[in-house]
Design a protein around this ligand. Structure first.
Ligand code: YH5
Length: 290
């Protein structure tokens, strides 16, 4: 990983073009999570309700989300894989309904090249891949889609990644991985200026590894790209504080602010209004300090 002085900081003066909708990364921003799995937004039966997903997305936009992240497959530890046709069936109708009604861009949280292509054709403006385009065909799909990409670090695979995570130097190893994936993207012609990087909190990491990554997050800004982080409601909070998922908002807000203070630009969260407020005052204080 290069030292921060070796690479200029990310140029965020111009907004990213996310399939026709702008994403301003000149200041800290919130990415709102929209899960489109059958256990979220049920219509009362076994079917997922596009109406309810739309209402939730409009609320998150009104609360200050700069982008909405749509995911049709759970990547939580131990989650069952979803077949590609099923994932497309879940996300495409939601993307089609939202793209026309929202001002902010949509991102597609997927590891599958076929889902990337279908989602971007339906109007998604950013590919958010927790597998950093390592699936066969994913690099080429992202290159063909011509939308910005978030590359996330994960050690192992979702089913088993929390069994025995190991690092000699978590920040150094995550940085080296992200740099290797940036190079892989460059080889297929993906513009480096369209790439966001994410250390992947909770993806093959112990609580100590997550804390080391947050403490050293600033070193990853040396890769020259904006940083996205996802800490909202994650198990590290549960493990540190003994709280279940419904009780994790205060710590989630603190972690969002701490990450932005250490160089994160985009924060992926479930609780948009509360996080947006926290980032507004964080940004105001930074502007007054400069
Ligand atoms: C991320 O960090 N995370 S899905 C377990 C939880 C709570 C939340 C047990 N997609 C990320 O949000 N994309 C996910 O409590 C992501 N970065 C990016 N770029 C996991 C998740 C969660 C898991």
């Amino acid at each position: 990983m290069p030292t921060p002085s070796a690479v200029p900081p990310a140029n965020t003066e111009r907004p990213l073009d996310c399939n026709g909708k702008p994403l301003d990364l000149s200041r800290p921003q919130v990415m709102g999570v929209l899960n489109v799995t059958p256990d979220s937004f049920s219509d009362g039966g076994d079917f997922f309700s596009v109406e309810q997903a739309l209402a939730r997305a409009l609320t998150m936009q009104a609360e200050g989300a700069a982008i909405i992240d749509i995911g049709g497959e759970s990547t939580r530890p131990g989650a069952q894989p979803v077949p590609v046709e099923e994932e497309i069936r879940r996300v495409v109708p939601v993307i089609e309904a939202l793209r026309a009604r929202l001002r902010v861009p949509l991102s597609i949280d997927t590891q599958k090249p076929e889902v990337m292509r279908a989602a971007v054709a339906a109007g998604a403006g950013l590919i958010n891949d927790v597998n950093a385009l390592r699936a066969p065909g994913a690099l080429q799909a992202a290159a063909d889609c011509s939308v910005p990409v978030c590359l996330m670090h994960m050690q192992g695979e979702p089913r088993s990644m929390q069994a025995a995570p190991h690092y000699e130097d978590a920040v150094g190893e995550v940085g080296a991985f992200l740099q290797e994936r940036l190079a892989a993207c460059a080889e297929v012609g993906i513009d480096p200026q369209c790439i966001l990087l994410d250390p992947g909190f909770g993806f093959g990491k112990s609580v100590q590894h997550n804390l080391q990554l947050l403490a050293g997050l600033h070193r990853l800004t040396g890769l020259g790209r904006p940083l996205l982080v996802g800490l909202s409601r994650k198990s590290m909070i549960g493990k540190m504080l003994g709280l279940d998922v419904a009780q994790r908002l205060p710590a989630s807000i603190a972690l969002a602010v701490l990450a932005v203070e250490r160089g994160a630009t985009l924060v992926r969260v479930h609780d948009v209004a509360a996080t947006w407020q926290a980032l507004q005052v964080t940004h105001a204080l930074r502007a007054a300090t400069a």
